[in-house]
Design a protein around this ligand. Structure first.
Ligand SMILES: [Zn+2]
Length: 269
């Protein structure tokens, strides 16, 4: 007799990860991600992030605290972060970090656990306005909040590609080794088209709630599209983030859904 009720409760729990007040329609995160422990993935990301910062520091490419572009990124992050926990309760405990790396690469990311980096190439080559930089940050934060890396790694385990990781998940190895294995994967992870679309819409909503102009999502991806032909110093980001007409059309059709949030944020509430 308890079986149908239990099934109902499980279904309710699975759907709970999309916030009730969301204006964009993205549904719940994949439950497959639970195969990878969030704590382990976040610890691994922290380790990989500090290695990356150490490498940048050694090359004198890590922006110091007083760098005006870094201060600008910190100001944007301070406005976006208060809205993060609506998408993932874990974000309340994250130690958010934002860094700027001097590099021609058009690149930016947010690793699991809230570790954000921008490369000077994305700000300079695309001449991003604050609203557009907020859309990039919102998009990257959305990948972390929606746990796309966790889901990707769980899926690669499920298809037998991450054998060592799979063995770890089955309790056949030690956790330290697992963290080391995951760390190298995080920066080269390629998200699916549906993850990208999800991050676009969640990022758009986060930025609108923080008072950034929704139309900037559209102008940002137009700039990305143009840069694809002319960018110097690495096209990694642009190749994993194709800026086609579908992407721009989807964002355009979602702008009206978040205009109310943007207007309310501008009014101060
Ligand atoms: Zn993305």
């Amino acid at each position: 007799m308890w079986v149908p009720r239990r099934a109902f409760l499980l279904a309710a729990a699975a759907a709970a990860s999309a916030p009730a007040l969301a204006q964009v329609d993205v549904g719940a995160s994949s439950s497959l991600r639970r195969l990878v422990p969030a704590e382990t993935l976040e610890a691994s990301a922290t380790q990989q992030y500090s290695q990356l910062l150490a490498q940048a520091r050694a090359k004198n490419a890590l922006a110091p605290a007083g760098h005006p572009q870094l201060q600008r990124l910190h100001a944007i992050a301070r406005r976006l972060i208060p809205f993060a926990a609506q998408w993932n309760e874990r974000a309340r405990q994250w130690h958010w970090e934002v860094n700027l790396i001097g590099s021609k690469q058009v690149n930016a990311f947010c690793m699991p656990g809230g570790k954000i980096a921008f490369y000077t190439g994305i700000l300079e080559q695309l001449q991003l306005t604050d609203d557009e930089a907020a859309m990039v940050m919102g998009h990257e934060m959305a990948h972390a909040l929606r746990e796309h890396a966790r889901e990707r790694i769980a899926k690669s385990k499920a298809t037998g590609l991450g054998l060592s990781l799979g063995a770890q998940l089955l309790g056949l190895g030690d956790l330290g080794n697992l963290a080391a294995n995951l760390g190298t994967q995080l920066l080269t992870l390629k998200f699916s088209r549906s993850d990208e679309s999800d991050a676009d819409l969640v990022g758009l909503e986060l930025a609108a709630r923080a008072g950034y102009k929704p139309e900037a999502a559209v102008s940002l991806w137009r700039k990305m599209g143009k840069a694809t032909g002319s960018a110097q110093g690495g096209l990694a980001f642009l190749s994993t983030h194709p800026s086609g007409p579908d992407r721009i059309r989807e964002l355009e059709s979602n702008v009206p859904k978040v205009q109310g949030l943007y207007a309310a944020a501008r009014r101060g509430g």
